[in-house]
Design a protein around this ligand. Structure first.
Ligand SMILES: [Zn+2]
Length: 80
């Protein structure tokens, strides 16, 4: 099942396995979703000790990790 992606920077249609946008050179893996953003959210959550917020965020992070896993697979497939 193919996903359709568009470059966040220039808006061109992209192949899922592409790591960089061939049109503008944008780094696609980190342009759409990043480990850093997820880690930042987790740390922010822990700092504020907001347990209710953390539970909601965990669901959100879980969904984002699934998406990130797809990105990572595409990244590795393109690298090797
Ligand atoms: Zn682009």
């Amino acid at each position: 099942m193919e996903r359709v992606r568009f470059c966040r920077q220039c808006g061109e249609l992209l192949e899922e396995q592409w790591i960089h946008c061939p049109w503008c050179g944008k780094e696609l893996l980190y342009g759409t979703l990043s480990w850093e953003a997820i880690v930042d959210d987790s740390l922010d959550c822990a700092e504020h000790e907001n347990l209710k917020g953390c539970m909601g965020q965990l669901d959100d992070i879980s969904g984002r990790l699934d998406a990130l896993e797809l990105e990572l697979d595409a990244f590795l497939a393109g690298k090797i």
